[in-house]
Design a protein around this ligand. Structure first.
Ligand SMILES: [Zn+2]
Length: 123
């Protein structure tokens, strides 16, 4: 149990830093909004198959909706008097957060996939 917890924390830490979930040696980002095909250090495959990116998109959408929900609840005390401002702010968050969270959604999805079933090798 303790070993599993350490593995989860290590993978989560690597995901937060956008590092390879398997070895943590290399970044998963090739260039802005482009994820590497595989890890240059350990050869773990990041883009496994067609449609693998759907999990990263799902992680991004779910996180964005959660953030908007939390912000909405925090804005409830002022929503009667500042409805237009709240709506504008939440709309801006809905548009900007998924863009800002793009790399981390990929990183968390890869980490989750690594924990469930280890990432395969590229070669
Ligand atoms: Zn690696």
């Amino acid at each position: 149990m303790n070993r599993q917890r350490r593995s989860i924390i290590k993978t989560l830490s690597r995901a937060l830093r956008l590092r390879c979930p398997v070895c943590g040696e290399s970044s998963i980002v090739h260039s802005p909004f482009h994820i590497k095909h595989a890890c240059p250090a350990c050869d773990a495959l990041f883009k496994r198959e067609d449609g693998f990116f759907v999990g990263a998109i799902m992680a991004n959408v779910v996180t964005t909706e959660f953030v908007i929900l939390v912000l909405y609840v925090l804005c409830l005390p002022v929503i009667d008097t500042r409805f237009d401002l709240v709506l504008t702010c939440l709309s801006a968050v809905a548009l900007l957060f998924p863009v800002a969270f793009y790399h981390h959604s990929w990183s968390f999805w890869l980490g989750f996939d690594h924990l469930v079933e280890t990432l395969p090798k590229a070669s």
